[in-house]
Design a protein around this ligand. Structure first.
Ligand SMILES: Nc1ncnc2c1ncn2[C@@H]1O[C@H](COP(=O)(O)OP(=O)(O)OP(=O)(O)O)[C@@H](O)[C@H]1O
Ligand SMILES: [Mg+2]
Length: 280
């Protein structure tokens, strides 16, 4: 499978410049620069502890960078978790993180932006609400679940469903906000080979969705998935970018092979220093 063609009119343009994060004496990120251009899927890979989730958390606003800067569509960007939806950013977290007390479709509805969700939350608390708004939101949620192949589970409690289905529900919950930038942390984590192949197809189609195009930053351990869906890949090791470029460039880079040596990653993976991903 090859990545979808780039649509430069779609999605946001995220740039990180020289981002550093320290946790006490530990340097989790060191001078990391990367770009997620409009409509592109950019993968961030690296061995355990390389700093992938920390980088993800910087973009989500969970972890403030100790140094460096971010821009979104050319404007200074200081991420705050509660402001992400308004900025057109949605995320799925490592693991699943669904609300156990809500049905699948309600979980997806809960991911909508504030305006769309108003009717739904007032309904949850038994307050007067707009039936029409809630109906519309429910329809959107059902459509998304169907698009992701899990529509038949809409009325189920998440806890009763297989892990792979719950991961799709979490993706639907992120997509209902119609993000222009989608952040995915380990979407393949815990999935079997067949589920990963299907996920790759789904992710590949996301940047070009009608009326809902987006850019994607994909943080992922699973090399085959990253190689098959990403336009560009950034490789982290000990908090630094050791390689960046197309999947082919990264695969052939000896530094990447070395970083992964001994790690549980398929053979044949190897990065290049200054690929097109690295911000100027
Ligand atoms: N909140 C924190 N406080 C202190 N150290 C942290 C914190 N979060 C991460 N670290 C450390 O920062 C480094 C990078 O961790 P991070 O979780 O970003 O790696 P990762 O690439 O996501 O790893 P994995 O593949 O295991 O998910 C690790 O050494 C980790 O122990
Ligand atoms: Mg991680």
């Amino acid at each position: 499978m090859s990545p979808p063609p780039t649509d430069t009119a779609a999605g946001t343009d995220l740039v990180l410049r020289d981002v550093g994060v320290r946790f006490g004496g530990l340097v989790a990120l060191d001078g990391v620069s990367l770009r997620v251009p409009p409509g592109r899927i950019v993968g961030v890979i690296g061995p355990n502890g390389a700093g992938k989730t920390t980088l993800f958390n910087v973009v989500c606003g969970f972890v403030p960078p100790t140094s460096g800067s971010l821009t979104l569509d050319g404007r200074p960007f200081r991420p705050r978790p509660h402001r992400l939806t308004r900025l057109g950013i949605a995320r799925t977290l490592q693991g699943v993180g669904l609300f156990p007390g809500l049905t699948v479709v309600e979980n997806v509805m809960a991911g909508a932006n504030h305006a769309a969700r108003a009717g739904f939350t007032t309904a949850l608390f038994g307050l007067p609400r707009s039936d029409r708004d809630e109906r519309r939101l429910r329809e959107q949620a059902l459509d998304l679940l169907t698009e992701l192949g899990v529509g038949r589970h809409a009325a189920a409690a998440p806890g009763t469903l297989p892990y792979a289905v719950r991961k799709r529900v979490a993706l639907a919950r992120a997509l209902i906000a119609r993000p222009r930038l989608l952040l995915l942390d380990e979407p393949a984590g815990g999935l079997g080979a067949e589920d990963i192949d299907e996920l790759a197809e789904l992710i590949t189609a996301l940047p070009g969705r009608a009326d809902a195009a987006c850019s994607i930053m994909l943080v992922e351990h699973h090399m085959d998935l990253v190689m098959s869906v990403c336009h560009e890949i950034v490789v982290l090791d000990f908090g630094k970018v050791i390689a960046a470029g197309t999947p082919e460039q990264v695969r052939d880079d000896p530094l990447v092979t070395e970083a992964y040596l001994g790690a549980d990653v398929p053979a044949g993976v190897t990065g290049t220093a200054e690929g097109p991903v690295v911000a100027p």
